[in-house]
Design a protein around this ligand. Structure first.
Ligand SMILES: Nc1ncnc2c1ncn2[C@@H]1O[C@H](COP(=O)(O)OP(=O)(O)OP(=O)(O)O)[C@@H](O)[C@H]1O
Length: 924
């Protein structure tokens, strides 16, 4: 059964264009369409409001019995329907009719359903970890394709005549075609496309569960997985991938599931690292290291296609991953366009690399420190897989803004290449696949060529305004559905896997730790033995012993430091390796301030060390933060004390100021003098107030006001007032109204004024606390910033890029030396020539014979006659001038040519871009 989008979303229909009843019991299946045949697609009427997922009402669903894909015989084959639809409409309509399209491919759908079932089985069977194997496990299946029709946007609802349902979805949620009413009204040929899932509405949990969850699970089991959202601009790709606060999208749900899997699989240990990049205007940017621009794509046999240098961060909690994504999103190119207020202008690829290894007792046989050769059969082999979550930029019509148009051209071109690649993959066996025509297809190459499980989510708008673009997306989705992949698990047996490298390092460090402990014990025994020696040379021996003891103590201190460092490193590495236990305990304990660890991979895939400086900086930062926290706690205590005093006073109880002050000063942390003096001065004023109250002689309001004024001025003169705390009578503050003999108005006013004073005191302390907190936050930001800079600097110095730059610099220097030498030689030759000419001229003018050229190496023999030598000289000058002129001419010609080439290239890019836009519009 097919339901219109509005019905699926529960959008109220403003009118009914047919006699079809809206009651659940009524059925449109018998309603003939204009062709006179029973249509597989329901007609639909316009909608008047945006639907929310909760507004979906089953009672509104159109009850058209639709043949399920499992029983195709119950309806005419889709091809025939389309054909009949086309025939009927083409006869009666002057409008051009779309060529019949390759409608729903039942065979591929059936295959994919079978595969999905097979995968479901797989998901519930014990993970391959239970039976460790070094052989590659393969999974052959079609790409999973889901089409999602988003709800009408407000602007789509406001169009003249109201929104029209263009698309209808079958009841079993697997097929999409034109809604009957729309097909008739717009004179469209019927179409019928089949996918794994066809969804409507805003429920991101539903789409994740149906289309991605299994793929994430298999990524955890060692299969590479790629999910990408494809569709026209503003069709809902980012909504689907990232989601909103209320409806988290695929990415946050996948991250949660990754950690959930680790929690539930106690027989394996894991190491996760993430990276995030974008392709903007055909150049690759690292979103986690934005200053690194124009990253390169490389390929080798071991790693396949990869981007380098790309920052990868090791992650240990879901919230840490989400913070990294937020950081990356902040760097991503997003702009307001004619079609979307927050349009993604780049393709983004978020990648999680998952390493895992069996940790059951029998699995890690042999010494972990023994290096196993690559390819050796090993029960402790590390499984490495990638999960790529991709949010593509949307294809779009030409924008009014020049910059957006340029971006759009790049976006359209890469999407067009993606379409071509998919076509070739499905249609032409053994044909050349143009992966290299765009960075997007090049990066996706290993996923598309079959080594990953792939789930594609195609998003479309429900509106008739976007019908052509939506139809193109549906055709793309149908084509992708035919792509077959052969995902396989990937086992790594040497320490190229970080997990193996860290485990090895932990073992080595533990061995070192044991050695230091053994050394310590031996040292203690030795000094003990020496202490036992007595005898004749007691004095010398005891001085020797003393020296020995000192030396031993120093050694002990050093050894302790080494041991602490070793322990810290072991702890740190152990924390990075995730197990169900560690993830579970982290889930219950509030997460600590996340420490960022960065691993730079060189182009050959070697993982570089963590820079030591970063670790020591981190330790220092921790100490600083702890200190600040302690200070903050102290200040909070003071506030609590003052608050308690205030509350007591407000209740009319006796407040022991002396003790309160003593408590404030007794604090272990160095007192902030100014702060305390100010507090003390304020309290002094309060005691003065108390005097007024007790004595009654100054109990008039004027005096109170004067005191208040004074109180305001206290902060500037705290020192002098603060020292006057010696009078016992001032140490008790009595605020109970009933205690005074005089219970008149003056007393009440006094109490109010006192409360006000205490109130303002509290406010002051709060603001002090506030500024302390702010200072702490600022300090943390500075520290993090500095750390990051240092980290990046160290990473860069260690990177291949830096090494290449140094090499290049060396080469340039050598080249400069050679050029200098050549220049010098040329200069010498010219000087010699000039001398020769001068000599010849001199000989000519003085009538003496010209000197022989024998003494001048390389100088041609000059003619003997004065006339000829003069002619030669001027000839040489002439030649020099000509050479210079020629050189200038060539240079200007060269720069003209370069300008011309640049403008031709720019023109070419624009032409190609325009072509892509047109091709995309009419792409079939
Ligand atoms: N399924 C949905 N339910 C509710 N709102 C949606 C849905 N899909 C998209 N939207 C809303 O539609 C608007 C456009 O969506 P989104 O930004 O995700 O489009 P996009 O395809 O990523 O566009 P672009 O390619 O320009 O980045 C957003 O305001 C989004 O919240």
């Amino acid at each position: 059964m097919l339901k219109s989008v509005a019905d699926r979303l529960g959008i109220p229909h403003s009118s009914s264009s047919s006699s079809l009843s809206r009651s659940p019991s009524s059925s449109r299946a018998t309603s003939p369409n204009p062709s006179g045949r029973t249509s597989v697609f329901s007609s639909s009427s316009s909608s008047s409001s945006v639907a929310s997922p909760s507004s979906r009402s089953p009672s509104r669903q159109q009850q058209i019995p639709k043949p399920s894909s499992a029983t195709p015989s119950s309806l005419a084959p889709p091809g025939q329907q389309s054909a009949s639809g086309i025939r009927k409409i083409s006869v009666s309509s002057p409008m051009p009719v779309l060529p019949p399209l390759a409608a729903h491919d039942h065979s591929s759908l059936a295959t994919s359903v079978a595969n999905a079932a097979q995968y479901q089985d797989h998901a519930t069977t014990p993970s391959p970890s239970a039976a460790p194997s070094t052989s590659k496990t393969e999974k052959t299946e079609n790409v999973t394709v889901t089409v999602r029709i988003r709800p009408f946007s407000n602007s789509e609802l406001r169009v003249a005549g109201g929104p029209t349902d263009v698309w209808a979805v079958s009841d079993d949620g697997s097929r999409i075609g034109y809604a009957d009413d729309y097909a008739v009204q717009a004179r469209r040929a019927m179409v019928d496309y089949g996918y794994d899932h066809a969804l409507t509405g805003s429920d991101n949990e539903l789409i994740y569960g149906t289309s991605v969850k299994n793929l994430v699970q298999s990524a955890m089991e060692g299969y590479n997985g790629t999910v990408f959202a494809y569709g026209q601009t503003s069709s809902g790709k980012t909504y689907t991938m990232s989601g909103t606060e209320d409806q988290p999208g695929i990415t946050p749900r996948a991250v949660e599931d990754v950690f959930k899997y680790i929690r539930q699989n106690s027989d394996r240990e894991f190491l996760l690292r993430v990276s995030y990049l974008e392709i903007y205007n055909e150049s690759i940017r690292d979103l986690l290291s934005p200053e690194a621009i124009d990253l390169r794509i490389h390929e080798d046999r071991r790693r396949g296609v990869y981007v380098s240098p790309l920052k990868e961060e090791i992650v240990t909690t879901p919230s840490q991953v989400m913070r990294i994504i937020e950081r990356g999103d902040y760097q991503r190119h997003v702009s307001s366009t004619d079609f979307n207020a927050h349009s993604s202008r780049s393709h983004s690829i978020f990648q999680i690399v998952i390493e895992s290894r069996d940790r059951s007792p029998g699995a890690t046989t042999g010494s972990p420190t023994v290096r196993k050769p690559l390819g050796a059969k090993s029960a402790s082999a590390v499984r490495v897989s990638q999960l790529n979550l991709i949010d593509l930029a949307g294809s779009e019509k030409a924008s009014t803004d020049v910059e957006r148009r340029k971006e759009g051209a790049f976006i359209n071109k890469s999407l067009l290449t993606l379409g071509t690649v998919i076509s070739k993959l499905t249609e032409e066996k053994g044909a050349h696949i143009p992966y290299r025509d765009s960075k997007l297809t090049r990066i996706l190459q290993s996923s598309l060529n079959g080594s990953a499980r792939v789930s594609v989510i195609c998003t479309i708008s429900p509106s008739h305004l976007n019908v052509e673009e939506s139809h193109n997306t549906l055709k793309f989705a149908a084509r992708v559905k035919k792509v077959v992949t052969k995902a396989q698990t990937n086992q790594v047996m040497d320490d190229k896997a970080l997990l193996e490298k860290y485990r090895r390092e932990i073992s080595e460090l533990k061995a070192q730790l044991m050695m230091t402990a053994a050394g310590e014990a031996a040292g203690a025994n030795a000094s003990g033995a020496k202490a036992a020696v007595g005898g004749k040379q007691q004095a010398e021996l005891s001085s020797l012993l003393q020296k020995e003891r000192l030396k031993h103590e120093e050694e002990m201190v050093e050894m302790n430091m080494v041991r602490n460092a070793l322990k810290e490193r072991i702890d740190h590495l152990t924390k990075l390796i995730l197990t169900s236990q560690s993830v579970n305990s982290r889930a219950t304990v509030p997460e600590q301030a996340a420490t960022r660890y960065t691993v730079e991979t060189s182009s050959d895939g070697t993982v570089l060390e963590f820079p030591k400086e970063i670790e020591s900086r981190l330790a220092r930062k921790d100490t600083m933060v702890r200190q600040l926290q302690t200070e903050l706690e102290v200040e909070q205590e003071k506030v609590a004390l003052m608050r308690a005093a205030l509350e007591k006073a407000a209740k009319g109880e006796v407040v022991d100021l002396e003790r309160t002050l003593a408590k404030l000063e007794m604090n272990p942390v160095a007192p902030r003098d100014k702060f305390l003096m100010e507090k003390r001065a304020s309290i002094m004023n309060l005691t003065e107030l108390e005097h007024l109250d007790a004595g009654g002689e100054n109990g008039d309001l004027a005096a109170l006001l004067a005191l208040q004024k004074k109180q305001e001025g206290t902060t500037s003169q705290t020192q002098s007032i603060g020292t006057a705390m010696d009078d016992d009578s001032r140490s008790l503050l009595v605020l109970a109204p009933g205690d005074s003999d005089d219970e008149g108005e003056g007393t009440n006013a006094l109490s109010i004024a006192k409360s006000a004073a205490l109130e303002s005191e509290l406010l002051e302390m709060r603001s002090e606390l506030q500024s302390l907190r702010q200072a702490k936050r600022e300090l943390e930001i500075v520290v993090v910033d500095q750390e990051k800079k240092l980290e990046d600097m160290v990473a860069f110095e260690d990177s291949d890029e830096f090494r290449n730059l140094v090499l290049e610099l060396e080469e340039q220097r050598e080249r400069i030396v050679v050029l200098e030498e050549e220049k010098e030689m040329a200069f010498n030759t010219i000087t010699e020539l000039r001398n020769q000419v001068r000599k010849l001229e001199y000989a000519r003018s003085s009538g003496t014979p010209p000197p022989s050229s024998g003494g001048m190496a390389g100088v041609p023999t000059m003619p003997s006659t004065p006339n000829s030598s003069a002619a030669e000289g001027s000839r040489i000058r002439e030649l020099e001038l000509m050479a210079q002129k020629e050189k200038r001419l060539r240079m200007s010609e060269q720069s003209r040519n370069m300008g011309r080439i640049a403008s031709l290239e720019a023109e070419l890019t624009m032409v190609k871009a325009e072509l892509s836009v047109r091709n995309l519009a009419g792409y079939s």
